[in-house]
Structure formats: C-alpha cells, structure tokens
Design a protein. Structure first.
Length: 87
C-alpha cells in the first residue's frame, strides 16, 4: 500500500488536497468531526480497492481471470462493500 501511495500522480495528490480542504468545513460542526476522514477513506476504497476486487488480474493480484463462481463471489463482495461504504 505504501508503495502505491508513493506512486500516486500529482493529479491524485491535488485531488486529495482539494477534497480535504473542501471537507474542512465539517470540523466546524461538533457532531461531524469524522466526516472528512470517512469521505476520503471511502473515496480511496471505492476508487482503488473495489476495482481490484472486481478484476484482480488487471491489478496483478492473479495470473489468470477467475472462474465464473469466483467471479460471482468477488462481485458480491464488491457490491456489499460498496453498499456498506455508502451508508
């Protein structure tokens, strides 16, 4: 993970900074101090981890595409994960 983070392009770094600045107003509301962290971590998970779960070969996690049953299971895992993040 650290290796991937150091290879992020300048666009991603700029995007994360803009997101963090845009979410700073949430710190003014006492009940929502965790919202900036939740938003950024949800973005990273939905942008990077869900696609890796759905197609592990494209991210060099497997040498071959998964069989149909495994692919269906991965789709269900990705769907449940993304639904849990959006709640």
């Amino acid at each position: 993970m650290l290796h991937v983070c150091t290879q992020l392009s300048m666009q991603h770094s700029t995007l994360f900074c803009c997101m963090a600045e845009g979410l700073m107003f949430c710190r003014l509301v006492p009940l929502s101090q965790d919202i900036p962290y939740i938003a950024i971590s949800s973005f990273i998970f939905l942008r990077f981890f869900i696609p890796a779960i759905l197609s592990p070969k494209l991210f060099s996690l497997r040498e071959h595409h998964p069989d149909q049953r495994t692919e269906r299971t991965l789709k269900l895992v990705a769907k449940v994960s993304s639904c849990r993040l959006r709640v």
